[in-house]
Design a protein around this ligand. Structure first.
Ligand SMILES: [Fe+2]
Ligand SMILES: [Fe+2]
Length: 406
């Protein structure tokens, strides 16, 4: 019998969260060591692909030197990373408040906590990136900080999940379009790939939360959420054309902002970034008339019908390939029937498949003196190392190369 974990067509919130939890174990990053912060920056590479810089395609852009264009891309990236930090701060505050009312034993709670851990590491990653770029973070003014800090108090229930999607999906879809651009600094590519991989799970969690709640929402509440999300368009327009970034490059800030906001190319980039979320809001009936007008007025929605961008198949959420079932552990020429829970991932650092997990069973003291073992599960055998005895009576095992499951 193999007991690879599979999900049914309509899993419960708890099953769905359990799947995301397993995905997080399998594929998460530690930016302190997963990004080479010491690698030199290439002075001739952009920090955002030129096409995504707000002024691209405007007369002001054409009049700039390549060095100025690169500098603007650096300042725009810093502006975006800074906003990313405030946004993740808001989300974590809102999630933590929400958990005070949640069941601490449920998978959904555990996944929310895991997501908060991801966001905490993202804030470290963004902060380190700003420092590495040698730029000053963009700080909101005092009154803006007070407003930002008050937002988590208002994000409850469905509004929390819709706000999370507005904050995550637009960045996510822009990052997916950018991260493989050969003109981009390798450090930024790496940062984006790490972020996109972990955000894929956050977006699934928030979308699932919206889908479930939307069915039972009272009409007035639904109207409110469906229309309030349009404020996201106004917020992003302000963010993407923040005068600070132009001023830092020595450009006339207000004229630069006006040209960026008028730019048809910019409108296209924004609409491409918003398209997946727009399609989702339409699908679940949360694109109200006021929201539609706001998204359109800020040029995130084109006049015509919405075509969602094709999902990037090269980024997986890491939720597959968990083995749970019987196995045989051979230590010191003795076979032990055990139960195993195993998972693994292809390491982006050394390019090898690393797997690990826990086996449950009774091993003799003699066997435990030898860490080297052979583990057979699902008909395949692989060399394993017994790392430690866990407090729950199991044994942690690790291995590298083709795993004994799969
Ligand atoms: Fe994040
Ligand atoms: Fe996130």
């Amino acid at each position: 019998m193999t007991a690879s974990i599979r999900t049914s067509a309509t899993p419960s919130r708890d099953d769905f969260s359990g799947r995301l939890l397993r995905g997080s174990v399998k594929k998460s990053f530690e930016p302190i060591v997963d990004i080479d912060w010491d690698a030199p920056l290439d002075p001739d590479k952009f920090f955002l692909p030129p096409k995504v810089v707000s002024l691209y395609g405007t007369p002001m852009w054409d009049a700039m030197t390549r060095a100025q264009q690169i500098e603007l891309s650096r300042q725009e990236l810093v502006n975006t990373l800074s906003a990313g930090i405030w946004f993740e701060n808001i989300l974590n505050q809102a999630l933590l408040r929400d958990l005070m009312h949640a069941d601490p034993t449920s998978n959904a709670t555990h996944y929310a906590l895991t997501e908060m851990g991801d966001e905490t590491r993202h804030m470290v990653m963004f902060g380190k990136a700003i420092e590495r770029l040698g730029a000053k973070p963009v700080q909101p003014r005092r009154y803006q900080r007070i407003i930002i800090n008050a937002l988590p108090l208002t994000f409850k229930g469905s509004l929390l999940w819709v706000a999370a999607l507005v904050g995550e999906e637009i960045f996510d879809s822009l990052q997916r379009q950018m991260m493989d651009d050969p003109d981009l600094q390798p450090m930024v590519q790496r940062l984006m790939r790490i972020h996109v991989t972990e955000e894929a799970r956050h977006i699934q969690f928030a979308r699932d939360g919206v889908r479930r709640r939307v069915r039972e929402m009272p009409r007035l509440n639904r109207w409110w959420v469906a229309n309030l999300n349009g404020v996201g368009g106004v917020f992003f327009q302000h963010l993407f054309t923040n005068p600070v970034q132009y001023r830092r490059v020595g450009l006339p800030a207000l004229e630069a902002r006006a040209q960026a906001r008028r730019s048809p190319h910019r409108h296209q980039v924004q609409a491409g970034g918003f398209a997946p979320l727009a399609a989702f809001l339409e699908e679940v009936g949360l694109m109200g008339p006021v929201a539609r007008r706001l998204w359109r007025r800020t040029n995130f929605l084109p006049g015509g019908p919405v075509t969602p961008a094709a999902p990037d198949e090269s980024v997986e959420d890491g939720a597959e390939d968990v083995y749970e079932g019987p196995a045989t552990l051979r230590v010191a020429d003795e076979d032990h029937a055990v139960r195993a829970r195993l998972t693994g991932h292809l390491s982006p650092i050394d390019g090898k498949y690393h797997w690990r997990g826990t086996v449950f069973g009774t091993l003799t003291d003699e066997a435990l003196k030898r860490p080297e073992a052979l583990l057979t599960a699902n008909g395949r055998t692989a060399a394993a190392r017994i790392a430690e005895r866990t407090a729950q009576g199991g044994y942690s095992v690790t291995g590298m190369g083709t795993p004994p499951f799969g």
